[in-house]
Design a binder for this molecule. Structure first.
Ligand SMILES: Cc1cc2nc3c(=O)[nH]c(=O)nc-3n(C[C@H](O)[C@H](O)[C@H](O)COP(=O)(O)OP(=O)(O)OC[C@H]3O[C@@H](n4cnc5c(N)ncnc54)[C@H](O)[C@@H]3O)c2cc1C
Length: 383
């Protein structure tokens, strides 16, 4: 038996491995529990020329009802390695891709390493976290991500890629793609390196408004990381954003639609009650002027129109789709706790969830002229 044959398993239906609970068993499945097994599995699948994707915790995937005809590689690696940071008072953690994200947060918080505590309770794996630049309560992985080790499809060896080259943006990166659609860097993350502040038991001062509101903080005294973590976990549970086998409101992919990011003049046309937040402008204002068109004058820097993030939950509810809404005879509904989450109430097909998603998109579009974009990665589904 070859090394790769040992990694082959009887394909498990994807509805059992994804939190939205849809999808049949793929044609082929491999399970990798070590870094070298993962590389071997990828090389084998790439050689075969079959379609493929990697699966972490399945919490950001919306899989169609038709069988995926290619190979699914489950990433089951784990391990955290502490390495020195070149910056004083900081530490680096190199974490294998299949490591559970929330276990990593718990590990960091228990040691007084700050920078990811507000992202407590996000489901899934560490390797998937940079794929959509995970974030919660104003904290995103891009603030602490140093680099990832990844292997590009077809490449012989892994490479280390700095975070700055990953095109990280609001719930996106160059690695996020909907299979069969937009081009993206076809690569698999093997490990992730984070740089965290060592704060110890004192904790840290919270400045960000979003996190301060979530924690109902009034002063600017340092707060312990453990306290932040437990408050965030409780808040997430109340919103159905913490995975719970017994709570169907969590049988979702988290927020199904992204908060819409629109130019300021579009946001101004929305009702004033719609919550909105300014989007930090891109600070990369460098302009390259080709020498043959340079006549001694530097053109005035163009001021791009400010962008605004608007609450898609508000848009959905004010387009008449309330929490717990479902179409007649459908087993899919919006969460009873959060209108941004589409949930599987038991046995819903991808077709039923897709129908609900399209209904919401069309209601919001008719009412406010905005087309909401799905946040999960779509496999074999069109929206
Ligand atoms: C209840 C709930 C709450 C959530 N809350 C949040 C939240 O607060 N903030 C947030 O940002 N997200 C949230 N999510 C979404 C989800 O948890 C994150 O996107 C998470 O990072 C997905 O990890 P995963 O391992 O489950 O990825 P998967 O769903 O397994 O995969 C997602 C995509 O990443 C790819 N991928 C997975 N691993 C790798 C790898 N190692 N290298 C390259 N590509 C890879 C997959 O092929 C797929 O395209 C929530 C989801 C749920 C169900």
């Amino acid at each position: 038996m070859t090394a790769v044959e040992n990694l082959e398993v009887a394909p498990i239906p994807l509805r059992e491995l994804t939190t939205l609970r849809t999808g049949a068993a793929p044609a082929r499945m491999l399970e990798a529990t070590t870094r070298s097994e993962l590389i071997d599995a990828l090389r084998d699948v790439w050689r075969s020329g079959d379609d493929w994707f990697v699966l972490g915790g399945g919490s950001n995937l919306f899989v169609g009802d038709e069988q995926f005809a290619g190979a699914v590689i489950r990433i089951l690696t784990s391990g955290i390695e502490e390495i020195p940071s070149p910056h004083e008072g900081r530490v680096r953690l190199r974490v294998q891709a299949g490591h559970n994200w929330d276990e990593l947060v718990a590990y960091a918080v228990a040691r007084g390493y700050a920078g990811i505590e507000a992202m407590s309770g996000i489901p899934g794996t560490v390797g998937a976290a940079p794929v959509q630049n995970v974030g919660a309560y104003g904290q995103e992985i891009q603030e602490t991500l140093v680099e990832v080790e990844l292997i590009d499809e077809g490449a012989d060896e892994p490479v280390v890629v700095p975070a700055a080259d990953l095109g990280l943006g609001f719930r996106t990166s160059v690695l996020k793609h909907h299979y069969g659609e937009a081009e993206a860097r076809r690569a698999v993350i093997l490990s992730v390196t984070l740089d965290l502040a060592v704060t110890g038991e004192a904790g840290r001062v919270i400045r960000g408004d979003q996190l301060r509101r979530a924690l109902t903080l009034e002063d600017f005294d340092p707060v312990p990381l453990e306290w932040i973590r437990s408050r965030i976990l409780a808040t997430r549970a109340a919103k159905g954003m913490l995975l719970d086998e017994h709570d169907p409101d969590t049988h979702s992919a988290g927020s199904f639609f992204q908060n819409a990011i629109v130019p300021e003049h579009i946001a101004r046309a929305l009702p004033p009650e719609c919550p909105r937040w300014p989007v930090e402008p891109d600070l990369d204002t460098m302009t390259v002027i080709p020498l043959d068109s340079y006549h001694g004058l530097t053109p005035r820097a163009e001021q791009p129109e400010a962008m605004v993030k608007v609450s898609s939950a508000w848009l959905i509810e004010n387009a008449g789709v309330r929490k717990g809404f479902k179409l007649p005879r459908s087993r899919a509904s919006t969460s009873t706790k959060h209108s941004l989450a589409l949930t599987n109430r038991g046995g819903a097909t991808a077709a039923e969830l897709g129908e609900l998603a399209r209904f919401i998109q069309s209601r919001v579009h008719a009412e406010f002229g905005l087309l909401l974009q799905p946040e999960p990665v779509l496999v074999g589904v069109d929206l």
